[in-house]
Design a protein around this ligand. Structure first.
Ligand code: GTP
Ligand code: MG
Length: 641
């Protein structure tokens, strides 16, 4: 069932039948409105205006790109204007004071071999045997608003906890007012990808699949990830033995596999994941980059930073009595658990394919009835988040008892009723999303590591578009300096080319180390990403207790950056069809869709969603809860604000 296609075919894209002319999202043919921004396909056809969507035209966007109604966008000017976009050249200092969320990208080479040191200090060995060390340390303070902002919002904290209920249709319910949005413009004519960028996969090389592991705290994400690595021979016997021994000594025997992912002393002591751990494994079809996320609600910002890179996700749920329920409804059934919050968030990142790993089946005697109950409850919730039934695969398993992970289960209580796929087969059945190699390079930096001996730096991250190879010149943002790619590393071995979709470490030369920062971008020198702090967004307000007024302080999250911001203008409310209200409301409340303007304390690398989804998806958080999700529709200059 799962290996029908050759690995070449594996790079096929998910079937795409129409592309939204507003936000460029690729929609399934059954959708009558854009899943991402909510614009109706029909309405444009009927309106007979310049935006013509043809069902058969995947590239319909290019027909519309000259649309005059939209040509008032600033965006056409943005690339050339980087240096004037509210970015005063004082970038380094400004960024140094900005809180960036960091993902600890642990090289597999170090997994399990560092039990006493913790992964942040763990030297990562590159090919040339140069030990390198992270320059960035994860600090819980990074995820706190500055004191004054935090306290001004403190009162909303408790009430906001459960406010994610209706992210259900999240961005899909957002509609876009035509005049405010920049339809994807054609790329400037002069950009022509070079031959090597587009070259087909080298034969025998597996495609890279970035897979986020998400789910409620303690559902078993790290145990599952560690167990998979172990079963696939990625953890040596010695390291596994060491983990088992040390976990036992510390009275945490059940966490032995999780420790392969949770390497820091604090994570191990608390028995929770705090940062996103990155590990690599191979299936028949893919080189999988596992992004094991924290489930604890305090670390949702880390999850956002890590899981934005995902092509697909495994949502781990704890099947045991009471635990599945808290994952759905929070402790005491009164709020929203992270099973729901994570599902909503990853869907709004654009993740369409989901494997639901129903874990801890051993704890419920491999009960089929319990699985069916979970499927019904969670299934209807996932549907409300716009996950298509056909894109959701349910895999019951037990990470601890190794049932149904890389082969069919063996426990008679399980085999008596289960004939479906195992987890590994389900991973191989995932489809790769399309990769934009023909656009200029964009690589958002999620982490930076530094060579101890030579001072060489590696920027970690996933190429969203374009390609690089050794010797490529890249523009480093926000510092606006050009550097040269010296080496590219994938899973701690060097490779000559990285293309869109690849998660790599890039060692740069010709730049001072302090200029490369998480939250920055590597891009094509001729096509810089805007750096801005005045933005217009379409947002979907989640369940909030305190209305959003002008002046509201928020944490603004976008790709790997978090920045303090203020809502400076409420432009309009949007109705279900995306029509803006004639008058602007004074405040926003739960479940409303709106156009707002925000001012960030410091400029960040950002792009309009229509041009680059990964750089145009934003999340507004306050007092530890996500209060709104949205997309960037306009990058403004100060005088437009
Ligand atoms: P966070 O990262 O902190 O959100 O937790 P997590 O989802 O990574 O969970 P973790 O892997 O740390 O496991 C939490 C607890 O659940 C540990 O005690 C595990 O031994 C236990 N656990 C994990 N998988 C299973 C399972 O299949 N069956 C049983 N009975 N327990 C399990
Ligand atoms: Mg964990």
């Amino acid at each position: 069932l799962t290996h029908k296609k050759s690995s070449k075919k594996s790079s096929n894209t998910v079937p795409v039948l129409w592309k939204c002319s507003m936000c460029t999202f690729d929609n399934h043919e059954t959708m009558v409105y854009c899943e991402m921004c909510g614009v109706f396909r029909e309405s444009f056809v009927k309106s007979g205006k310049d935006v013509s969507i043809k069902v058969e035209s995947v590239n319909g966007i290019s027909n519309n790109s000259g649309t005059s109604a939209l040509s008032n966008s600033d965006s056409t000017k943005m690339p050339a204007k980087t240096s004037t976009t509210n970015f005063d050249g004082d970038s380094e200092r400004k960024y140094a004071s900005t809180s960036h969320d960091k993902v600890n990208s642990t090289q597999l080479a170090s997994v399990g071999s560092s039990s006493s040191t913790g992964k942040k200090k763990q030297p990562v060995i590159f090919d040339n045997n140069v030990p390198i060390e992270r320059t960035t340390q994860l600090n819980a303070d990074h995820f706190q608003l500055k004191e004054d902002q935090g306290s001004s919002r403190a009162s909303s904290s408790a009430q906001n906890k459960g406010s994610m209920e209706t992210l259900s249709s999240d961005i899909s319910q957002l509609s876009i007012e035509r005049n405010n949005v920049n339809v994807a413009q054609p790329l400037p004519e002069e950009y022509k990808p070079e031959g090597w960028m587009l070259a087909d996969q080298e034969s025998g090389v597996l495609s890279q699949l970035n897979l986020a592991i998400v789910g409620h705290v303690d559902s078993g994400k790290s145990t599952l990830s560690g167990r998979l690595l172990h079963l696939l021979g990625k953890i040596s016997k010695r390291d596994m033995h060491k983990n088992e021994k040390e976990a036992k000594e510390k009275g945490k025997g059940s966490f032995a596999y999780a420790w392969a992912m949770d390497e820091s002393t604090e994570e191990r002591a608390r028995g929770i994941t705090m940062t996103v751990a990155v590990a690599y494994l191979e299936t028949k079809k893919y080189r999988v980059v596992l992004l094991d996320s924290p489930g604890h609600k305090d670390f949702v910002p880390n999850l956002i930073s890590g899981a934005t890179q995902a092509d697909a996700a495994i949502l781990v749920v704890d099947a045991s009595t009471g635990s599945f329920e808290s994952g759905m409804d929070g402790e005491g059934g009164k709020s929203v658990g992270q099973t729901k919050e994570h599902a909503q968030l990853i869907r709004s990142f654009g993740v369409e394919q989901l494997i639901v790993a129903v874990n801890k089946m051993d704890a419920i005697g491999y009960s089929k009835d319990r699985l069916e109950f979970i499927k019904v409850r969670l299934g209807s919730f996932l549907r409300s988040c716009n996950f298509r039934d056909s894109a959701v695969t349910w895999i019951p398993l037990s990470a601890v008892e190794n049932q149904n992970l890389i082969k069919s289960p063996s426990d008679a209580r399980f085999t008596s009723w289960y004939q479906g796929s195992c987890l590994l087969d389900a991973i191989d059945s995932l489809q790769l999303p399309s990769r934009d190699v023909s656009k200029p390079l964009i690589l958002p930096i999620c982490d930076v590591i530094k060579s101890q001996s030579t001072g060489q730096l590696a920027a970690f991250g996933k190429l969203e578009t374009g390609a690089i190879r050794n010797g490529s010149k890249v523009l480093v943002l926000p510092c606006e300096e050009v550097a040269t790619v010296k080496t590219i590393e994938r899973d701690s071995s060097s490779c000559s080319i990285a293309r869109a979709g690849d998660n790599v470490a890039v060692i740069l030369q010709g730049i001072d180390g302090s200029r490369i920062i998480p939250g920055g971008i590597l891009c094509h020198p001729g096509f810089p990403v805007p750096v801005a702090n005045y933005l217009e967004l379409k947002i979907r307000v989640l369940d909030i207790a305190i209305p959003i007024l002008i002046g509201y302080q928020v944490e603004f999250h976008i790709h790997h950056v978090k920045e303090a911001a203020r809502v400076t203008k409420i432009v309009a409310l949007l109705d279900k069809t995306g029509k803006p209200s004639k008058t602007a409301p004074r405040f926003l409340k739960s479940k409303q869709n709106a156009v707002v303007q925000v001012t960030l304390d410091q400029a960040v690398c950002v792009e309009e969603f229509s041009k680059c989804r990964a750089l145009g998806r934003a999340f507004l958080r306050s007092s530890g809860s996500t209060i709104a999700v949205g997309i960037v529709t306009k990058i403004m200059r100060q005088d437009q604000h």
